[in-house]
Design a protein around this ligand. Structure first.
Ligand code: PRP
Length: 181
């Protein structure tokens, strides 16, 4: 690892860099171009970032989208301080923007068990969204996870990943790369 102190937060060592800065930058640029083309005819798009994990991905992605968009956030939490999903999702903050009749792009950092999306997508549809597509930077593609994700940055390994928004007990989110713990 880089030896700059980032890699040993809280005494836990990172194993290896899985997606480096340049790899992420290149893929985010591609996603931005695909999204720009897909919504070119749609009018104004509402990009909803699912916090906290998506904050860096969202910030980089929206700068690659060449369309008139609006940005808002929602907060859901499905993990405690451990390294496996509890299967519970709590909504801690809802978007202030009206969703009625809107085309929404929900931006997520990682699809793991799929619980978060399985819970959120129907909720957004119930609020009257015209259409909700998901863009996830990482997707573990675990068996049995059938949630519909339109754009995926990378098919991710089934290990505990941190950095570029992803945390372990709130540490490591700020790293500009994604590493396994
Ligand atoms: C993580 C991650 C996704 C979700 C994925 O969020 O950011 O939103 O879990 O897991 P799932 O597919 O098993 O539901 P978390 O609840 O840890 O909150 P955070 O975004 O604040 O880190």
């Amino acid at each position: 690892m880089s030896g700059d102190g980032d890699a040993r937060l809280g005494g836990r060592a990172l194993q290896r860099v899985v997606y480096g800065e340049e790899t992420i930058r290149r893929r985010v640029r591609e996603l931005g171009a695909e999204i720009s083309a897909a919504y070119a005819e749609d009018g104004q798009l509402l990009v909803l970032g699912l916090l906290k994990g998506s904050f860096l991905f969202l910030a980089d992605l929206v700068r690659e989208v060449r369309l008139p968009i609006q940005v808002d956030f929602l907060v859901a939490s499905s993990y405690g301080a451990g390294t496996s999903s509890s299967g519970e999702v709590r909504l801690l903050y809802e978007p202030a923007s009206g969703l009625d009749g809107r085309s929404i792009l929900l931006v997520e950092d990682i699809v793991d068990s799929g619980t978060t999306l399985a819970r959120l997508l129907p909720l957004l549809e119930r609020r009257g969204a015209k259409r909700v597509d998901v863009c996830a930077l990482l997707h573990k593609r675990l068996p049995g996870v059938t949630v519909d994700v339109r754009w995926v940055g990378f098919d991710a390994p089934n290990s505990f990943l941190v950095g570029y928004g992803l945390d372990h007990a709130e540490d490591f989110r700020h790293l500009p790369y994604i590493a396994s713990l």
